[in-house]
Design a protein around this ligand. Structure first.
Ligand SMILES: Nc1ncnc2c1ncn2[C@@H]1O[C@H](COP(=O)(O)OP(=O)(O)OP(=O)(O)O)[C@@H](O)[C@H]1O
Length: 233
């Protein structure tokens, strides 16, 4: 039986008041397991970002709860939640969010440096993760000298450097051409995913749906389907 990594229970979030009130997420419940790639898909405005923000400790729900590996994250204090996020959750974004003035390896080391680890030790650990993503020979270059696919692999190395067990990818392939996007997802599936990690991907990109173990579809703030991909590669 797979272990539950993320559990959302009746999450609700609304914005605005009176006539302007929008219920962005309306009683959403789901579970994602360690060892799987779980996709969250739906049209623009269906509530994906709002849901993601509530399960990653960024946006407090109006009601309902979010558990990461059995921790009820919204019962933590602000400091505890900040620590929890730093240690347990890694983020990868569409636009990579790399710092142009830092070298590639320094970009990967940032989460460790933020945790006040020793600089040399952080760089050494970052080098190990650059090796995993196949970019150790680019370590000293600024990110601007790397291709889009390579920059996304740097962002993945950075998300992994503090060894989080929950990895959240927000539109990871939206800035990449079809082939590079597929290569990135294939890389995530074969080299990053293991039974101790859960990868959650929010995407519009149906070219990468084949890499999902399960796909949850949202519309108007509600879950409309959770499908298991029997053909997952
Ligand atoms: N801060 C906010 N204030 C007011 N309304 C908001 C806010 N954030 C989101 N909404 C509204 O909540 C609904 C869901 O938005 P959300 O960004 O979660 O959707 P989404 O599925 O992530 O869309 P996209 O794919 O375009 O990013 C939308 O109607 C949006 O306008």
């Amino acid at each position: 039986m797979a272990k539950t990594a993320i559990s959302a229970k009746q999450l609700v979030k609304w914005f605005g008041e009176g006539e302007a009130k929008t219920t962005a997420v309306n009683e959403v419940s789901f579970e994602a397991y360690f060892g799987e790639i779980f996709f969250l898909v739906g049209p623009s405005g269906s509530g994906k970002t709002t849901l993601l923000s509530m399960i990653s400790g960024i946006l407090r729900p109006n009601s309902g709860s979010a558990f990461i590996d059995n921790t009820d994250i919204w019962s933590l204090s602000t400091d505890e939640l900040a620590d929890f996020r730093l240690n347990r959750i890694g983020f990868v974004f569409q636009d990579y969010h790399l710092f142009p003035r830092l070298s590639t390896v320094e970009n990967v080391a940032i989460p460790l440096i933020l945790k006040r680890h020793d600089w040399d030790e952080s760089i050494q650990t970052a080098m190990g993760f650059l090796e995993i993503v196949g970019l150790s020979d680019r370590a000293q270059l600024p990110p601007v000298n790397l291709s889009g696919g390579e920059q996304q692999r740097v962002a993945i190395a950075r998300a992994m450097v503090s060894q989080p067990d929950i990895l959240i990818f927000d539109e990871p392939t939206a800035s990449l051409d079809g082939d590079t996007g597929k290569k990135i997802m294939s890389f995530v599936k074969t080299k990053i995913l293991n039974e101790k990690r859960c990868v959650l991907v929010v995407t519009h990109d149906n070219r990468i749906f084949e890499f999902a173990d399960r796909i949850m579809k949202m519309e108007d703030g509600k879950v409309t389907a959770i499908e298991t991909q029997s053909s997952a590669t």
